[in-house]
Design a protein around this ligand. Structure first.
Ligand code: C2E
Ligand code: MG
Ligand code: MG
Length: 395
């Protein structure tokens, strides 16, 4: 039996099924139920490591289930899903904690796939915390490398570049995803050494692909904080000269633009990059940190809609409205729009109808090793219906 077992109870079959699907993809063995007695029975016989519990169900009182779990000293991580008002949920969380339960977080309805994934990841990561010192040592040992994920033009269905996504090959723990180490690097002051390292690898790869007659643009991610402190134009200029690569094949995706404290200097830095032909993208647009003012004031070339709005834009009218609004806003400002998190043909169709320019997601290709990407690109000239839905390594 895998170590990760997730038990979910919800009276809404859609919610229960979504939790089950997302958890299974995240590597959990999963059981879904709508019945309180069944839930409690499995809570003991199956020993789940994570339980997802709806508090507001018509036939079952979620708070009674919590009380019963506390009586039996359950050790599982408990996530609460609820349409209740916030104070009632906070109260249930506090009561659970006071009774010794491991209350891991709250998932609000309507359930967002992304928040569920983040909650599961947080539980998993807590078990094995990474320190800034670990990442510094790993950088010295050369354990970081890049995977590449294709972007596709919706209008022509031709490849429109790739995004370089960092991976850590940990000698004991295997492949570690950036969500587990990037925040640690940002907080621990490692980013300013990591960013040049990533740029160096991406430019070297651009050279290798060019030597193989593959002309493809590469986007690298740069945190807002690094953008502020580093002279990116010098770093990119130098690496490109060393490799004989045109800087115009690079895009810089800026995440956490709120971390850019000095806006006047940021604008200068961005202008210098634009003058070299480098494109600049505002990543994860629509989430807490990006703002309209930044979009207007800073010389961006493109907007990347955050995947939390894309993942369910085919079924969630609210996400659909957000996507359409971002597309028209960006186009009015003369910016291209990229959507990330395009997992299905249905989502891709929605984005096409919304006027989105470029798509990126598992439906077209997963992040993959550089060699695999070469093969993917060579196979991409075929008609759209032949495009393999899932190619490459797991993300
Ligand atoms: P991001 O820049 O927004 O990158 C997109 C993320 O969405 C990637 O996660 C990618 O694997 C994932 N993704 C792509 N298609 C799909 C899809 O169809 N469905 C879903 N659910 N996800 C999809 P990844 O590789 O885990 O990277 C996470 C984040 O870590 C990145 O988000 C970026 O903010 C950061 N990151 C990655 N590499 C670097 C780096 O070299 N430097 C910095 N500063 N940040 C990096
Ligand atoms: Mg990005
Ligand atoms: Mg993103």
């Amino acid at each position: 039996m895998p170590d990760n077992r997730l038990l979910v109870i919800d009276d809404e079959p859609d919610v229960a099924a979504t939790v089950g699907r997302v958890a299974r993809r995240a590597g959990f063995d999963t059981i879904v139920t709508t019945d309180g007695a069944d839930f409690l029975e499995r809570a003991w016989s199956w020993e789940p490591t994570v339980m997802v519990l709806d508090l507001a169900m018509p036939d079952v009182d979620g708070r009674e289930i919590l009380a019963e779990l506390a009586r039996r000293s359950s050790k599982a991580h408990i996530l609460i899903v609820s349409g209740f008002e916030r104070p009632e949920i906070e109260e249930a969380m506090a009561a659970g904690r006071a009774a010794g339960l491991n209350m891991a977080g709250i998932l609000e309805k309507p359930l967002r796939i992304d928040s569920l994934r983040a909650a599961l990841r947080a539980i998993y990561d807590d078990a094995e915390l990474i320190s800034a010192e670990d990442t510094r040592a790993a950088l010295e040992r050369g354990e970081f490398f890049l995977h590449y994920q294709p972007k596709v033009s919706l209008r022509t269905l031709r490849p429109a570049g790739v995004e370089a996504l960092a991976r850590w090959r940990h000698p004991q723990r295997g492949l570690i995803s950036p969500d587990s180490f990037i925040p640690v690097m940002e907080a621990g002051g490692v980013m300013d050494r990591f960013t040049p390292h990533v740029i160096g690898q991406a430019v070297a790869q651009a050279r290798t692909w060019r030597d193989q007659n593959l002309d493809i643009g590469i986007a690298v991610n740069v945190s807002g904080g690094s953008f502020d402190r580093l002279r990116l134009d010098d770093i990119i200029g130098q690496r490109c000269r060393e490799q004989g690569v045109d800087p115009a094949c690079l895009t810089v995706e800026i995440t956490e633009t709120a971390a850019m404290v000095n806006v006047a200097e940021a604008i200068d830095g961005m202008r210098r990059l634009r003058a070299m032909g480098v494109r600049i993208s505002i990543d994860d647009f629509g989430t807490g940190y990006s703002s309209l003012v930044q979009l207007h004031r800073l010389p961006f070339s493109e907007v990347k809609i955050d995947k939390s709005f894309v993942l369910d834009c085919d079924i969630n009218p609210e996400s659909q409205v957000i996507v359409r609004t971002i597309v028209s806003l960006a186009h009015n400002l003369g910016l291209k729009v990229v959507a990330e998190g395009v997992e299905t043909a249905g989502i891709s169709d929605q984005l096409l109808a919304a006027g989105c320019d470029i798509v990126q997601g598992y439906h077209y290709g997963r992040p993959m090793a550089a060699d695999a990407l070469g093969d993917w690109l060579r196979g991409f000239g075929r008609p759209a219906r032949d495009i393999p839905a899932r190619i490459g390594a797991a993300p």
